[in-house]
Design a protein around this ligand. Structure first.
Ligand code: NAD
Length: 312
């Protein structure tokens, strides 16, 4: 019998899938002696961010061959230690692609139709109709920085709404299939500032993407909308507030912040800022996808066929 320890809560579909495939499943979160006993039996381990996988933890798991991170970030897993022990580690970055793309569209529509102003006012009994002449996405130009999984999905959805899409991604070759979804791939992100009506970022946070949208970028923009559902810090929040105040930026949609939770801040008080608490992957479908992809990856790895999202 193959045993998988699921040490953090995942969607029940993942547990069901393992059991249907004949796996013995131990469900956590476990600590101390109970964790030790479970690790001693485990061939597979599924975690989220709540379990830290250290060399000491791995020492307690003599049969462990596969670790799944149901989700994306693997800062909590010592990948070098796993590699040394020939334990396969993978994550499930495809699980939330559509969920994040749809939230990106939500923020675009929110800003375009003054929803951050109209919604609380209407619920409060105020009739602010005259303040709310917005614009349609149809016929507008969208700029995407980062044409990976989510950026490409946003491009598909935006095209379906009748938008023209331009992008910047230095790691995407001009003949990459994702470029079929866009009008033009630009070498310089600053080319997008004067060209687009809406700009959205879909890169990881790295030294080259941190502050990629900053005061210099906004100098070339005129009344654009900016959206960040990727990672806080890719758009410089101080520069964004200045640009909102001087009209360079018409509105913004933010799911992520430099500090989370951000607390009260002037940026969030702006009537054309649509804000959500990092809920990009918070859909039933994305959570189910993450759990079933993690379960299937454990099953496949233990049968000698690790998933494409293998990290070590
Ligand atoms: P991905 O790896 O598929 O795509 C990222 C793209 O960014 C790649 O194509 C890469 O070439 C590009 N890139 C890297 N550096 C760049 C640069 N300097 N300039 C332009 N492009 C650059 O990743 P993904 O799955 O599409 O995820 C994108 C982002 O969304 C990540 O930051 C991820 O953490 C975030 N995310 C957020 C949520 C949420 O809850 N809001 C959920 C999932 C993912």
């Amino acid at each position: 019998m193959t045993t998988t320890l699921v040490n953090n809560p995942i969607h029940p579909a993942g547990i069901q899938h393992l059991e249907n495939e004949g796996h013995d499943v131990i469900q956590g979160p476990l600590e101390g002696d109970k964790l030790h006993q479970a690790l001693n039996q485990a061939h597979g381990l599924i975690v989220r961010s709540g379990t830290t996988v250290t060399p000491q933890l791995l020492d307690q798991a003599p049969h462990l061959a596969a670790i799944a991170r149901a989700g994306v970030g693997v800062d909590n897993i010592d990948l070098d230690a796993c590699k040394q022990r020939e334990i396969t580690v993978f994550n499930t970055p495809n699980a939330s692609t559509n969920a994040v793309a749809e939230l990106t569209l939500t923020h675009m529509l929110n800003v375009a139709r003054h929803i951050p102003h109209a919604l609380p006012a209407t619920k409060n009994g105020e009739w602010v109709k005259k303040d709310c002449r917005g614009f349609e996405l149809h016929g507008k130009t969208l700029g995407i920085i980062g044409l990976g999984r989510i950026g490409a999905r946003v491009a598909t959805l935006a095209k379906a709404l009748g938008m023209t899409v331009h992008a910047h991604d230095p790691y995407v070759e001009p003949n990459h299939p994702h470029t079929e979804k866009i009008q033009h791939l630009h070498d310089d992100p600053h080319d997008l500032a004067p060209l687009v009506d809406i700009l959205t970022v879909h890169t990881p946070l790295t030294p080259t993407t941190e502050g990629i949208i900053d005061a210099t970028f906004f100098q070339n923009a005129n009344g654009i909308v900016v959206i960040n559902t990727s990672r806080g810090g890719i758009i410089d929040e101080d520069a964004l507030l200045d640009a909102l105040n001087d009209g360079t930026v018409l509105g913004a949609g933010l799911d992520v912040f430099e500090t989370e939770p951000p607390g009260a801040m002037p940026l969030l008080d702006h009537p054309r800022v649509s804000a959500t608490p990092h809920i990009g992957a918070q859909t039933e479908e994305a959570q189910r996808n993450a759990a079933t992809l993690a379960a299937q990856g454990i099953i496949d790895t233990l049968q000698g066929d690790p998933p494409e999202t293998k990290l070590v």
